[in-house]
Design a protein around this ligand. Structure first.
Ligand code: CP
Ligand code: NVA
Length: 308
């Protein structure tokens, strides 16, 4: 069978997403140490810092009987100019799978094209697919939704920067046919091509996608989601971003607009006082850290699917 990569949410069909979510719930409920990946090795390459992605993938691999190898990109020969092609070919001879966190999405695509092992996107400038699978799992869990079909009744609102995380949420909403509103400043709206790709799905899946700069669109949200205003790699725009994004903060005022059963999500790390206030972080600690925990269960489902 040809190897499978997960570089984007669009690499997964609706059926595959549902099956990964089912598996993640099954694993969460079982909480058993498994042996399915005994003897298998996963490489974890990081060009950028990570807490959750690094540790949840490593722990997931161990809990499935496999072995994770953490690779700081600074220590690879790639740093001294070795090509992506050669790196990919060499690592394919040692590992059974590889997760890469990189600055450039195109680099991960090039790596995947050359590799003979499954490649998983652990965050690029473009997407964060494993994060978003855990987010959907969390929404189902906390809103007590049993099937992906039930998700369609939930109004999901992402407010802030239309970055990698928002892009993946847009993509999963398109594929699963969800009700998704992205609230962001006009100049930080998603690229046309990205939006068009999502819209291609809506006719088929019935997704309700709305993109606006109007904060009042958070009205009646059942899920309010945000991420940092200054993503890794966007530091040069720090000053400008703080100013442009200031009206897009999740705070007590914004929470007055949402539905009574609304949960707040944050992929973390959070900058309290910027995209989310401390009081909101504290109030929604349970949903935000359940979301963080669910990274582990989703990584396990992903690893079993790709590496078993
Ligand atoms: N949410 C997330 O990917 O966190 P890390 O950057 O800590 O991995
Ligand atoms: N958008 C953030 C996500 C961090 C998990 C970043 O890319 O830095």
């Amino acid at each position: 069978m040809a190897k499978k990569d997960i570089l984007s949410i669009y690499d997964l069909s609706e059926k595959e997403i549902k099956s990964l979510l089912n598996k993640a719930f099954e694993l969460k409920n079982k909480r058993k140490h498994l042996t399915e990946l005994t003897g298998k090795t996963l490489g974890l390459v990081f060009e950028k810092p990570s807490t959750r992605t690094m540790v949840s993938f490593a722990a997931a691999m161990v809990q499935l009987g496999g072995f994770p190898i953490l690779l700081n990109a600074q220590n690879l020969q790639r740093k001294r100019g070795e090509s992506i092609h050669d790196t990919s070919l060499a690592l394919s001879r040692y590992l059974n799978g590889i997760m890469i966190r990189a600055f450039k999405h195109s680099d991960v695509e090039e790596f995947a094209k050359c590799s003979s092992i499954p490649v998983i996107n652990g965050l690029t400038d473009f997407e964060h697919p494993c994060q978003i699978l855990a987010d959907i799992m969390t929404i189902m869990e906390l809103h007590k939704i049993k099937t992906a079909e039930g998700l369609k009744k939930v109004k999901i609102v992402f407010i802030g920067d239309s970055n990698n995380v928002a892009n993946s949420m847009l993509a999963v909403s398109a594929v699963l046919g969800l009700d998704f509103t992205l609230i962001c400043p006009e100049e930080y709206a998603p690229e046309k091509a990205l939006l068009n790709k999502a819209l291609e799905y809506t006719a088929k899946t019935g997704a309700e996608i709305k993109i606006t700069s109007d904060v009042s669109a958070a009205k009646n949200a059942d899920v309010l989601y945000t991420d940092v205003w200054i993503s890794m790699g966007a530091e040069a725009e720090e000053k400008k971003r703080r100013k442009v994004f200031a009206p897009y903060q999740i705070n007590a005022d914004l929470l007055k607009k949402v539905s009574s059963k609304c949960i707040v999500l944050h992929c973390l790390p959070a900058i309290r006082g910027e995209e989310i206030t401390t009081d909101v972080m504290d109030k929604y600690e349970y949903s935000i850290f359940t979301q963080a925990e669910n990274r582990l269960h989703v990584q396990k489902a992903v690893l079993l699917y790709l590496l078993k």
